[in-house]
Design a protein. Structure first.
Length: 199
């Protein structure tokens, strides 16, 4: 197995969809970065959001940062493959046109999304999509990771933790569940599943 696996977008074959879903802090962003490094023709789906950028985040790279009014206009036009409102009224969504453009060019698309968005994308793409649920080893460990990350206030961490039980109840609805207890073991399982899906 090479360090970077290349599919062949010039073959005329439509790309495929890979979805990573997990509670915040379970490791999906880490796995997404590793997958992007491992698979040359995998493209990352950049979500749109109404929240403000965090330090170092760039528009069009980390997220498409939209005003609440512009986000609503795009909802009204049917521009989103999926969208959701949560965490103090902030909205997140996936622009359908951007995803379809990549798939038609033969590139596969990677999603790092929350539970309901992942479910909607899986329903939209069916067998074209591999949806992997990344589960933390425990709620205690998940809280420790969120606190160590330092990206959220204590209030936001509490909000995220209240959502965890509901999120974990969805694990069995996706194609594969990987417990991220040991990072390298979890990574090997995810990489193998994705490689088989993209063949």
């Amino acid at each position: 197995m090479t360090d970077r696996t290349r599919q062949n977008p010039e073959s005329g074959k439509r790309g495929r969809v890979v979805i990573l879903v997990a509670p915040s802090g379970a490791g999906k962003s880490t796995m997404a970065k590793r997958l992007m490094a491992a698979f040359e023709d995998l493209r990352f789906s950049v979500s749109a959001t109404t929240r403000e950028p965090r330090d170092g985040e760039q528009d069009g790279v980390d997220y498409h940062f939209l005003s609440p009014e512009e986000f609503q206009r795009r909802i009204d036009r049917g521009a989103f493959l999926e969208w959701e409102e949560f965490y103090n009224g902030k909205r997140y969504g996936t622009l359908r046109s951007a995803v379809e453009a990549e798939l038609e060019q033969g590139h596969s698309v990677l999603f790092d999304v929350e539970i309901y968005g992942a479910w909607n994308i899986k329903q939209a793409y069916g067998e074209e999509a591999l949806a992997i649920f990344i589960e933390p080893p425990s709620r205690k460990e998940l809280r420790k990771r969120l606190e160590k990350r330092g990206a959220d206030s204590d209030e936001m961490i509490e909000t995220r933790m209240k959502r965890v039980d509901e999120e974990l109840s969805w694990a069995g609805r996706f194609d594969l569940t990987v417990i991220n207890d040991d990072l390298e073991t979890a990574w090997a399982e995810i990489r193998n599943a994705v490689e088989n899906h993209l063949i």
